[in-house]
Design a protein around this ligand. Sequence first.
Ligand SMILES: *[C@@H]1O[C@H](CO)[C@@H](O)[C@H](O)[C@H]1NC(C)=O
Ligand SMILES: [Zn+2]
Length: 435
Amino acid sequence: MKVLALFSLIAPLASAVVIPDTDKVITYDGYRVVRIATHGRGQAIEKRLKTLNAVQYNFDTQERIEIAIAPEDLRKFEKMKLEYEVLDEDLGASIVAEGGFSPGSAGRKTISSLNELTPAAFPDLTWFNAYQTFEKHQQWLVDIQSGFPENSELIEVGRSYEGRPINGIHLWGKGGKDSKPAVLWHGTVHAREWISAMVVEYLTYNLITGYSLNDTQVHSILDNYDFYILPVVNPDGFVYTQKTNRLWRKSRQVRSSSCIGTDINRNWPFKWDTPGGSSKNACDETYRGEAAGDTPENTALTKHAETLVANKGIKLYIDWHSFSQLILLPYGYDCNRQVDNYERQMSLANGVASAIAGASSAKTRFKPGATCPSLYKAVGGSTDWMQDVGKAEISWCIELRPSGGGGNGFILPANQIKPSGEEMWQGMLHLLTTM
Ligand SMILES: *[C@@H]1O[C@H](CO)[C@@H](O)[C@H](O)[C@H]1NC(C)=O
Ligand SMILES: [Zn+2]
């Protein structure tokens, strides 16, 4: 058991809580990823699968369940006689091939502020050849900002449960800082969705280099909007996925003696206690927390968004996730409610999907739709809050590559970082010039 001094400072109940030992590295060697056909019996099948040592990938179980099953339980799984196909014979091998997971690598080194770092060379596109550590993402922000000093600043919106900075970069054009409506982007709220930070940074890189090279399209975009870009909003979870458990989703807040972490994307203070669409059980992947907005991460993100709302308002919010290749509009909390400007948001989303499909010979297909019913009921999500409380004109969740677990799910090979970034850049060029 590991008790950090930090916990007793931050969590008032820490002394009464036995912290679960979750520091044991999980390599996923021999785990098999399968797609089970559910034929509308998702809930019943899900219940049976709970008896296995396994990690479920999706929560929309109407048609299928994608799940990684531990080698010791593969025989038990076979005996369930479910209809399934194999997506990955050995998840551990895929994680090794992906290249970014370093079990047991040095501790919990925390940068307390980006100001502590000294800028090095301006980044180039080789950054996008591989997944990167949290520490390197921090340095990257400092490096890219130093090459764009007149039109950007580093921002820190708050601290994670374990005390890491939640930070990013603010970009603006000729009107000067904080003079235009906001474009707000969040990456990596779900720790295992590594592609999201890389794509958000690819877009940032293109905005900065495009502006510096006097690209007229990029100039008009940055002259019209202030960008607030936070590539990793769940740093504790992200660090944990890189050293201990590649498939971790939640934060790392200690709440109970048996389970750790809250789903920050079920914790937003809007219709938070609507039944269904999040979990009250601290052990579940979609655990919503004990009260609306009670995670340090959500508190920081909400406060930051509120300052943008009070200034020039939020024009566009995107929460970047993986995977499924979807462009999701609100609402998640109510499957019968449509956003007031539904036609407009859908028409923009369709335009983005076309731009993505036209970006390369790969013709990647992204599907637009409302979160519920397109994906599933999800309560306490960021896009519902941004739409109704934040009054964002456009509020989306984009689920990046791949389309399904067959493309390796969360373990998207590193050679797909650049293509993912490039197609999304084409999508964003369309959106940012037409919205
Ligand atoms: C971009 O435009 C500015 C202002 O006109 C000029 O000083 C700068 O040299 C230009 N940069 C490039 C790369 O053309
Ligand atoms: Zn996600």
